[in-house]
Design a protein around this ligand. Structure first.
Ligand code: AMP
Ligand code: ZN
Length: 490
């Protein structure tokens, strides 16, 4: 029995009962995108994952401050910061200002997340808007003796840090393993130790994005922005930090080191990591060239797609996997998700037409309890979806007259789908579908009324014709004591 919310903590490598540091407040920080290019569907998966967490925490009554940054300084995002200015590069390519690039792709990112019905964070700070805070943090780490300046750049001293604090706890990597990941990158020769990382990088003359600092013109290291912004908005110890699995190392490990160097302890109680969206088993990524852009998926305009899929079908597809499992993209999987999503939406419409009985053969309360337990079990959304399908079957059974349901239970069903499908999972009825549906509903009421009239006049030829024509359209009409009802599809 899962009475309380438990979450898998990447730091302790186990599920833990969630106990916020300062209830009812919860601080949640999620690493945002680097806006030098279009956000792809893999990125979107991670933000849908944390949207469900945000929604569920609020549903449980917590007051959540959700901070999700925008990385608008274009450093390289692979292992060991080499100071490649990706936004600057893209700006040259598109002949735009770096800030035009950052804004253009931020707008796209917001559009995608809105299509996918994610809620906006409480604060969305940008790295370029927090240069002063980042410089202050570099000064603090220098004053603690855990960083050193070389030729206008400042590096974090990993060896010095390891003498005072454990390093590598989150990623489980030891220093010998780190050596394997070292590449001969720019700035490597300035470092005292291969695993040291840049806190501040001197800007080469051609580097467009630059700020003045006590160490000369330069720009902040990638890991620093999240330490500075999470501390500013959530404090030096907060509840949950999230991101994709690929950020554990070096990004999050470096964040922990920076924060610990500043204040003597790690910043986060629960570290949560979402798994990757894959294509044919390979991580979807811009650099591998296997990424779909969300709008291509919605429109069906990518060559590998058989058709377009509504954003809610895409969200439903994502929720059918647990966030800690990989999710492989395929046309077949999306088609199955489309069928499932439509079936659920049909059932939700159907609730309004269920004929209530005085007695009941169904149990709605146990389905609600199962949904609650599944969410509490480390946000097990595929199980929640499975339980909601139990409710779909129940609705269809009642519509077909195979089961009986009371008026109160119809209300319970309505609340169940409202709470878990809409509020927690964030599934909304597609707008066009909603509009079509209300017309369909009205037309079907008219048709059934005409059929009832024909029957009352003993005009069975007309009433049978209506029923048979509807059956040909895969619409089944059921006559019950309370009147006629209809269902569509299987
Ligand atoms: P980036 O803009 O590359 O820093 O990525 C933004 C977020 O998307 C990070 O939390 C990444 O971990 C996440 N991410 C990147 N690729 C994928 C993927 N294929 N599946 C899921 N999340 C991803
Ligand atoms: Zn981050």
């Amino acid at each position: 029995m899962q009475h309380e919310l438990s979450l898998y903590n990447s730091l302790t490598r186990q599920k833990e009962v969630f106990e916020p540091l300062r209830p009812p407040f919860v601080g949640l920080y999620v690493c945002g995108p680097t806006v030098y290019n279009y956000a792809h569907l893999g990125n979107a998966r991670t933000y849908v994952t944390f949207d469900v967490l945000y929604r569920y925490l609020k549903y449980l009554g917590y007051r959540v401050r959700y901070v999700r940054n925008i990385t608008d300084v274009g450093h390289i995002t692979t292992e060991f910061d080499a100071g490649v200015d990706r936004i600057g590069e893209q700006a040259r390519l598109e002949m735009l200002e770096p800030m035009e690039i950052a804004h253009k792709y931020t707008v796209y990112f917001h559009w995608v997340l809105q299509q996918l019905n994610t809620e906006p964070p409480s604060i969305e700070p940008t790295a370029t808007g927090h240069i002063i805070e980042q410089i202050d943090m570099v000064k603090k780490i220098l004053s603690e003796g855990l960083a050193y300046e070389v030729n206008g750049s400042v590096y974090f001293d990993v060896q010095g840090y390891m003498k005072r604090f454990p390093y590598g706890e989150l990623s489980g990597r030891n220093v010998d393993e780190l050596l394997e990941h070292t590449r001969d990158l720019e700035g490597q020769e300035e470092k005292r130790f291969f695993a040291d990382f840049a806190l501040w990088k001197k800007a080469a003359p051609e580097h467009i994005m630059r700020w003045s600092s006590p160490w000369g013109d330069g720009f902040p290291g990638w890991h620093l922005e999240c330490s500075a912004m999470s501390t500013k908005y959530l404090g030096d110890r907060f509840d949950i930090h999230g991101g994709g699995m690929d950020l554990k190392f070096p990004h999050h490990e470096s964040e922990i080191a920076q924060n610990t160097a500043c204040c003597g302890h790690g910043p986060v109680k629960y570290w949560l990591h979402g798994n990757m969206l894959t294509v044919n088993g390979q991580k979807m990524s811009k650099s591998l060239g296997n990424s779909f852009l969300p709008h291509e998926l919605f429109e069906g305009s990518h060559e590998l797609l058989d058709q377009g899929y509504a954003p809610m079908v895409v969200r439903f597809f994502m929720l059918q996997a647990h966030y800690r499992s990989t999710l492989d993209f395929s046309n077949e999987a999306l088609q199955a998700a489309e069928k499932g999503y439509r079936r659920m939406m049909n059932a939700i419409q159907q609730i309004e037409r269920l004929p209530p009985s005085k007695d009941s053969t169904v149990d709605v309360a146990s389905i609600r309890e199962a949904c609650r337990q599944s969410m509490n079990d480390d946000l097990n959304t595929p199980m929640v979806v499975a339980h909601l399908f139990d409710a779909v079957r129940l609705v269809n059974g009642c519509a077909e007259g195979l089961q009986r349901i009371t008026q109160d239970q119809i209300k319970e069903l309505r609340h169940l789908f409202h709470d878990y499908a809409s509020v927690v999972l964030g599934l909304r009825m597609e707008e066009s579908e909603g509009a079509d549906r209300s017309v369909t509903d009205q037309l079907m009421s008219l048709v059934l009324e005409l059929r009832a009239e024909a029957r009352s006049k003993k005009d069975f030829a007309t009433s049978d014709k209506i029923r048979d024509s509807l059956a040909a359209m895969n619409i089944q009409v059921k006559d019950t004591k309370e009147g006629a009802s209809w269902t569509h599809g299987n």
